[in-house]
Design a binder for this molecule. Structure first.
Ligand code: PLP
Length: 347
């Protein structure tokens, strides 16, 4: 740390992204990316955008928002586009939260954003079975952020439970992070029409093969969106580059192909879960593109290390409540068979 770093940041622990090693070819099951490359139309759109790199991109993402509005069944003014959904989360935390409640086991960025923005974090432990206790969040009168399906566990809350949380906290904003909604669970996008305090975030990183292009969406009441845009225009209005805007439009036009990919992932998830259970793993019921699993014999850290030596990367978290588990992204059937084969060798 230099002596110039502001003292308010001296204890800041930044987010740790999953490894992206370049030293060898791994089977990458550690960062919940799609195993499928983007379609031809997306690649062509990005290539076409390259020749326009001398011009500024559209800060309002006009055309993309119009298409996204059709996809989500909202108006274009109910949507703002961001550099991945991480950015919409950061902007929404900045715009709406003095204090924020979220589970102890969830997306790691919530705590980091709370810390960097000086927001008080009210951390609510998940129950023993890793489910959310809805009563922890009803009528608490403070900012709330819930990933649904939840990160690390993959468990989804029913829409009726989300609605209870939103309805009972009408004087504060509830963010529902739907990064994994295309793999299961019920979207709450339509509830944004009923509840002006609900912001839903989505991303094309997991379900539409665009993790490296960085495109996320905030969906909510016009006034919430306008507030977020006030902050966005106070920092970086050009947050989504032209190639990404065009890529995302092409992905929406080809939505059926991406939803078909998601269906394959869901099938592979159920296949992998059942194979692991036969090997003595406790696998949480996942509605996402990853599973969170614990062996009855082997330590999570050990499995992670040994699989890495064998060329398979999974995610391991060292937190007390997660250290026995591994989180495994669901890839192609072939990748999952290799993963299971290596696990069998370890056992
Ligand atoms: C991956 C993820 C995000 C962020 O995705 P982006 O790539 O920034 O769009 C947000 N929330 C959750 C729960 C995630 O798992």
């Amino acid at each position: 740390m230099s002596r110039f770093f502001r003292s308010r940041y001296s204890n800041l622990i930044p987010y740790t992204p999953g490894e992206q090693p370049r030293n060898m070819e791994y089977i990458k099951l550690n960062t919940n990316e799609s195993p499928f490359p983007p379609g031809e139309s997306v690649v062509r759109a990005m290539e076409k955008a390259a020749s326009r790199a001398n011009l500024y991109n559209d800060p309002e993402c006009t055309s993309l928002r119009r298409k996204a509005a059709e996809l989500y069944g909202t108006g274009a003014d109910n949507i703002t586009c961001t550099n991945g959904s991480d950015e919409i989360l950061y902007l929404a935390f900045s715009a709406f939260f003095d204090e924020a409640a979220f589970p102890d086991i969830t997306y790691g960025f919530y705590k980091v954003y709370a810390d960097v923005l000086g927001i008080k974090a009210d951390i609510k432990p998940l129950r023993e079975d890793f489910t959310i206790d809805v009563s922890d969040y009803t009528g608490i009168g403070k900012g709330i952020v819930i990933a649904n399906p939840n990160a690390q566990t993959g468990i989804a809350l029913p829409k009726s439970d989300i609605e209870r949380i939103v309805a009972s906290n009408q004087d504060s904003v509830v963010i529902v992070d739907e990064a994994y909604i295309d793999f299961g669970g019920e979207s709450c996008v339509d509830l944004t029409k009923k509840y002006p305090n609900l912001l839903v975030t989505q991303t094309f990183s997991k379900s539409r093969s665009l993790a490296g292009a960085r495109i996320g969406f905030g969906i909510g009441n016009e006034q919430l969106i306008a507030d977020i845009n006030t902050l966005r225009y106070s920092m970086n209005p050009y947050n989504v580059n032209t190639a990404t805007q065009w890529a995302a439009e092409a992905a929406i036009e080809d939505n059926e192909s991406y939803m078909a990919n998601c269906a394959v992932i869901v099938e592979n998830r159920e296949y992998t879960s059942s194979r692991l259970r036969k090997l003595g793993f406790d696998v949480l019921p996942s509605s996402s593109n990853f599973i969170f699993a614990k062996s009855d014999r082997l330590d999570g850290g050990y499995i992670y290390e040994e699989l890495k030596k064998k060329g398979v990367l999974v995610r391991h978290f060292t937190d007390e409540r997660m250290k026995d588990h591994i989180r495994v992204t669901i890839g192609t059937r072939e990748q999952m068979d290799i993963f299971i084969g290596k696990v069998e060798q370890l056992l």
